[in-house]
Write a protein that binds this ligand. Structure first.
Ligand code: ADP
Length: 484
């Protein structure tokens, strides 16, 4: 099932996924830190208890030493006082140590401390007259208390060491979780940005390619608009716009076709009648009539050629002009065509020349009608935009390709117009007289491209222009057998 979401929702989902990937290690880290805090608290309590036991042991050792001294000098009251004070200090230290112990530990230590208290009281409270009492029970009680405290200190040390290891391993684990979380978050972010970015780039590229194809006149292009997000909406608007442009284009083509057809019939008739009227065999005309009819004839011929341009431009646009291949001898074809411009060139003081390089193919198959149209348009322009000077047509090439260039020493074309002069209805707007309708070069480019060739222009304002055409020639079957 396809998930229908807007781009904003997709981005939101991606960020939520990312937050989850980053959040999981975050939660693990928080849990680990809480455990670490508990373990540290427990270790601190154990450390305090151990210190208290150690202190109690030291006081018990001091009390034991005082009791032993008193046993040696039973008649010296100073030793008796020191032993009493030592036992009291040990009692107080044991009481303080009891606070950090478990109830079981506490009651057993208390029992030993009470034992020492009792034995010491019996030993120290004995009358000074008579034989001295035995110090053994008090010494034994002190030793038992010291041994008990030793065990407790040792237990605490062991437990501290164990908890220290636990803390160290928790810290290690936290470091691993942190690093893994960092790597996982980085990888997830990378994967998400790659997936989203690539999908986004692919779809935007489709729109860009579509727009470029529309710019070259292809109105059949449609882009994938099935997604319901913002890019999908853009794609749908694009398709709708191209669809409407296509309808308009079709209406315009029909209009041009119908209008040209409707105009062509009466214009051809007028052209024919002008020819008849100007024919001397049909009777003499006064000079006044002759001049006017020639004027009408010239205008009609120009209108017919404009209609032809409009129709051809339209057919090229709708791809209705299919190439028709015929045999051609480029040199004789070009000299015939160039010769037809002689009159025009002489009237303008322009030297018109044809140069044929030895590399020019001698024969081949080409769409001669289209080729003629191209060269005619280029020579026509060269003469149109050159008042005096030179127009040179050069042929060259090799087997399989004819190259032609048309060079003039006329007005030239401003650099900023060079990339646009091949567009339909485009005319240079630098104050020069406008002749024609800006269709000639668009027809040239359309015909050249339709036949698999290329057309380029070099030009400098004031120095003139050169148009270069490369036109593929198919080898004739005859030429192929000759070559073999
Ligand atoms: P047009 O019928 O107006 O000549 P084209 O499509 O043949 O239309 O040419 C487009 C424009 O390019 C013209 O308006 C003209 O200014 C410029 N141009 C074409 N050929 C030449 C040239 N040989 N010398 C100078 N300008 C030229």
């Amino acid at each position: 099932m396809r998930l229908r979401m807007t781009l904003t929702a997709k981005l939101g989902l991606a960020f939520a996924l990312l937050a989850m990937v980053a959040g999981l290690p975050g939660l693990l880290l928080l849990g680990g830190i809480a455990r670490l805090r508990r373990q540290t608290r427990r270790s601190l309590a154990e450390l305090a208890s151990r210190d208290a036991c150690q202190h109690a042991r030291a006081t018990a050792v001091a009390a034991s030493a005082a009791l032993r001294s008193h046993a040696l000098f039973p008649r010296d009251s100073r030793f008796g006082d020191a032993a009493r004070a030592g036992v009291a200090a040990a009692d107080a230290a044991v009481r303080a140590a009891l606070l950090g112990l478990t109830p079981a530990e506490s009651s057993s230590l208390q029992a030993d401390a009470t034992g020492l208290d009792g034995a010491a009281a019996a030993f120290l409270g004995a009358p000074t007259i008579g034989p001295p009492p035995s110090a053994e029970p008090a010494k034994a009680a002190a030793d038992a208390l010291i041994a008990h405290l030793d065990r407790l200190v040792q237990d605490d040390n062991e437990s501290l060491a164990k908890h220290g290891q636990l803390v160290a391993s928790t810290v290690d684990r936290l470091a691993i979780v942190g690093e893994a979380g960092l790597v996982a978050t980085g990888l997830a972010a990378l994967a998400l940005s790659l997936v989203l970015g690539r999908a986004w780039a692919r779809r935007m590229a489709a729109i860009r390619v579509g727009a470029e194809r529309v710019a070259t006149g292809d109105l059949h292009v449609r882009i994938d608009d099935r997604e319901s997000d913002e890019v999908g909406t853009l794609a749908r608007s694009f398709n709708r716009m191209v669809g409407e442009l296509q309808i308009l284009e079709e209406m315009k083509s029909q209009f041009v076709a119908v209008a040209s057809h409707e105009l062509r019939t009466p214009l051809t008739l007028i052209d024919g009648y002008c020819g008849i009227l100007l024919n001397p065999a049909k009777g003499p005309l006064s000079e006044w009539h002759q001049q006017r009819i020639e004027l009408i004839h010239g205008q009609v011929v120009e209108l017919l050629s404009l209609l032809q341009d409009l129709l051809d431009a339209e057919r090229l646009q709708t791809r209705a002009l299919a190439p028709v291949l015929e045999p051609i001898d480029p040199e004789s074809w070009a000299s015939g065509l160039v010769g037809s411009f002689d009159g025009l060139a002489k009237g303008k003081e322009v030297a018109l020349r044809l140069t044929v390089a030895p590399s020019t193919p001698r024969s081949g198959l080409a769409d001669v009608r289209a080729l003629t149209r191209v060269l005619r348009n280029l020579v026509d322009n060269a003469l149109k935009y050159t008042e005096a000077g030179e127009v040179e047509i050069s042929l060259a090439g090799h087997a399989g390709e004819l190259t032609m260039s048309v060079r003039d020493t006329g007005l030239g074309i401003p650099e900023e117009d060079l990339s646009r002069i091949f567009g339909r209805f485009y005319q240079v707007n630098d104050g020069r007289p406008r002749r024609g309708f800006g269709l000639g070069l668009s027809i040239v480019r359309g015909l050249v491209e339709r036949n698999g060739g290329t057309v380029k222009v070099d030009s400098r304002v004031g120095s003139g222009s050169t148009f270069h055409v490369a036109w593929p020639l198919r080898l004739e079957p005859l030429a192929r057998s000759e070559a073999s």
